[in-house]
Design a protein around this ligand. Structure first.
Ligand SMILES: C[S@@+](CC[C@H](N)C(=O)[O-])C[C@H]1O[C@@H](n2cnc3c(N)ncnc32)[C@H](O)[C@@H]1O
Length: 266
């Protein structure tokens, strides 16, 4: 190799090294995503921190922060579709847990004013209170709720009746009707036919048979409110009769659950 060629190569290498040194280190996608999530959390969720893992486990099977955030983003979107961004009066989140839905509603001033949440989970309610949320109540496994008659314009409950024995559903519907204003709407989810059909043989023995014969079944599981009530559409319609008009019923209206919108009669 001639001296001239060597010198040319040396100069090229020098240039390339200078160009490399000028490049800023590029943060990984994960780091960038974390920054975006932190910003969204600050702005959209009004600085409500993520609940600790044990509280996230109380409301679901997957405890990852991403799952908690995504589930809440989905449920809050549904709430906004139904009740809008500017509810004019109080709305109840029955079985609010540690605020999975609430955190995304806090962005909207009218929701900050009109949101009310209650749950049997004392620890979740206490955690929300400690983090600055007001209009919360601890409620009981059975009615009554700690609210006056006709207090709410509307209410919603994601996967709450799914953990309450079907024998209690009629009483709960009567109680939800009591706290709603005349004409007030409720959005509710239950687990039923779709879950039975998709889980099939994975269900505990006899559950599918019981469901098909009686229209409901109740499965016992360890953990915070992990028992599962399976109720069919006919069962739900019977429970609602005389109390609510059914405005919309979808078999897989919310994830794998039946989801329905009802309006208080009378
Ligand atoms: C699957 S979690 C759903 C929580 C919340 N709705 C959400 O979507 O994030 C079920 C919730 O219902 C609550 N719960 C169970 N029975 C209840 C009852 N009788 N009254 C109020 N909350 C109840 C549990 O403590 C738990 O927070």
């Amino acid at each position: 190799m001639s001296d001239e060629l060597l010198e040319q190569l040396r100069q090229q290498l020098e240039k390339q090294q200078a160009a490399l040194a000028a490049l800023q280190p590029v943060p990984s996608d994960l780091e960038q995503l974390s920054k975006v999530v932190a910003l969204l959390n600050k702005k959209h969720c009004h600085n409500l921190p993520l609940p600790p893992e044990y509280l996230r486990l109380h409301v679901g099977a997957k405890t990852s922060a991403a799952n908690f955030m995504a589930q809440g983003a989905n449920s809050s979107e549904r709430v906004l579709e139904i009740f809008g961004e500017e509810p004019a009066g109080p709305i109840l989140d029955w079985g609010c847990g540690s605020g999975r839905t609430l955190r995304w509603l806090r962005y909207y001033p009218a929701w900050r004013e009109n949101y009310h949440g209650c749950d049997v989970d004392v620890e979740a309610i206490e955690w929300l209170r400690q983090n600055g949320q007001s209009n919360l109540a601890v409620c009981k496994d059975d009615p009554p709720l700690p609210y006056a008659d006709e207090m709410f314009d509307g209410l919603f409950a994601f996967s709450v009746l799914t953990h309450i024995h079907p024998d209690k559903h009629r009483n709960w519907y009567a109680e939800l009707r009591r706290v709603l204003k005349p004409g007030g709407r409720a959005y509710l989810t239950t687990q039923g036919r779709h879950v039975v059909e998709t889980l099939g043989s994975q269900l505990p023995e006899g559950a599918a048979k019981e469901f098909s014969e009686r229209g409901f079944a109740y499965l016992k599981f360890e953990g915070h409110y992990k028992d599962a009530a399976l109720v069919g559409e006919d069962f739900n319609r019977q429970m609602l009769e005389g109390l609510f008009a059914l405005e919309d019923y979808k078999l897989t209206g919310y994830q794998n659950m039946d989801a329905f919108l009802v309006r208080r009669l009378g």
